[in-house]
Design a protein around this ligand. Structure first.
Ligand code: ADP
Ligand code: MG
Length: 433
């Protein structure tokens, strides 16, 4: 960030925002005590697993809903009602089906009071900028999902909002359209050719957040809350393959992976055990899921159809899905699962290459890091199984500690990081670091 931006005034301030939803007798905390300030010049990403309250926060920021508790200020003034300075671009944008692309964009300009004669040239320019040149007279039903999303962007930009809010705006697009639209948006933003003062983007794609944002606010769920923030300080255009890029991705990945929890654990939220537990999943089952997904023709699969196809029960399926997501092999959205490019690589890789990929992923998990560090500092890089289990009992209930250790050993063995001798009951580092 430049010094002028650092000195700029806060645009948006959320203080102690809570959102509680009630249905019938039950009430449920979707957002817990969120404090967030967005300053002029910032591109902030809200990153977190499904259901952690990202969309809820965005609606609160846009004034589409009032928080149950807490304060929202815009340019220092308490926000009441719809925020006139913020616009949300949703995952799938609602266009008027009876209007053409051009008319849909012109309507947004009209709503802003742009005089009739300048609407058309401006709308044409916006349509061109999002890459829809040639589709001006098409109707929404004639467009692909990606193209409709581009019209949504053109409309959002026509409004020239001070605060542009994006709710997983690229996740419904195919890979190529998503990447080109990300590039277009960044160019508009960094080039200063739009009057937007700040961007708040919801994502659950780590690489997307690192590619685009200056600051990543990491959220966790149950309850939905902010866990930490990471700054991304290197310049655009960012190179996904560069070392600094991968370093930030790994850092954020470690934070997100560390807070994922299997639901059956029964530890109260906020306790360390809850933060660090591993899902009890065998690598062969995980590999089976990834192979199955890579063999299917469509990119996205309905999760609820998979248990029947894979002949496993639904709970096991959810655990598997969560594991694939923690490890960055797949992502889950609206009940669909899709492989990431890493997941595809894994599914197609040789046995040895799979082990290496798996090792690089689990090295970042807090529990794996804890065990390898412990072993590295032990005599002969080895420790008795019982001693490790006892240490884990500080974090987990007794039988859960044993299960966690078994999972750790089985994952560590597969990754060829950890070895276990069942005769001596010794756990040791395979390749001392
Ligand atoms: P995210 O966008 O991070 O996936 P959401 O903000 O959509 O999360 O939802 C957070 C949680 O609140 C979810 O468990 C969701 O089911 C619940 N939720 C969202 N909107 C409502 C609502 N209007 N009424 C009741 N529960 C809701
Ligand atoms: Mg959402």
């Amino acid at each position: 960030m430049t010094t002028t931006q650092a000195a700029a005034s806060p645009l948006l301030e959320l203080s102690h925002v809570h959102q509680i939803y009630t249905s019938g007798q039950r009430s449920f905390t979707a957002v817990h005590d969120v404090n967030l300030t967005i300053t002029e010049g910032e591109f902030v990403a809200l990153l977190g697993p499904s259901g952690c309250g990202k969309s809820t926060l965005l609606r609160i920021v846009a004034g589409l809903q009032q928080p149950s508790q807490g304060m929202v200020r815009y340019r220092g003034q308490p926000l009441t009602g719809v925020n006139p300075h913020a616009t949300i671009v949703f995952q799938t944008f609602a266009l008027f089906p009876w209007l053409s692309v051009l008319e849909n964009v012109e309507l947004a300009l009209k709503a802003r009071g742009i005089p009739a004669q300048s609407r058309q040239p401006r709308a044409l320019d916006l349509i061109d900028r999002v890459g829809l040149d040639g589709f001006e007279t098409a109707y929404p039903r004639e467009l692909s999902g990606g193209m409709r999303q581009k019209v949504g962007f053109a409309r959002a930009m026509a409004v020239e909002p001070e605060l542009l809010c994006l709710d997983e705006p690229f996740s419904a697009l195919d890979v190529l359209s998503a990447e080109s639209l990300r590039g277009e948006l960044l160019e508009l933003w960094t080039g200063g050719s739009i009057p937007t003062k700040a961007i708040l983007m919801v994502s659950h794609n780590i690489e997307e957040a690192v590619f685009m944002a200056d600051r990543i606010v990491v959220m966790g769920k149950e309850p939905g809350r902010i866990i930490t923030e990471a700054k991304v300080e290197f310049l655009h255009p960012r190179q996904r393959k560069s070392e600094e890029f991968q370093r930030v991705v790994d850092e954020v990945y470690g934070i997100l992976a560390g807070q994922t929890v299997p639901a059956e654990l029964g530890v109260a939220p906020g306790e360390p055990g809850r933060i660090r537990a591993l899902p009890k999943i065998a690598i062969s089952d995980l590999a089976g899921l990834l192979e199955h997904l890579s063999e299917l023709p469509a990119d996205r699969q309905d999760i609820y159809r998979l248990p029947a196809e894979l002949k496993i029960n639904a709970d096991h399926m959810l655990n598997l899905t969560e594991t694939a997501e923690i490890l960055g092999f797949a992502y889950v959205e609206k009940g669909d699962i899709a492989l990431t490019s890493l997941g595809e690589t894994f599914a197609e890789a040789s046995i040895q290459a799979r082990k290496e990929i798996f090792a690089t992923r689990i090295r970042r998990l807090p529990l794996v890091r804890w065990l390898t560090t412990l072993l590295a500092h032990s005599e002969n890089h080895a420790l008795d199984w019982d001693i490790i289990r006892t240490a884990l009992e500080l974090e987990f209930p007794q039988d859960e500690a044993a299960k966690q250790l078994d999972t750790l050993i089985s994952w560590g063995r597969y990754a060829e990081m950890i070895a276990y001798n069942s005769d001596s009951a010794l756990v040791y580092l395979e390749t001392p670091a």
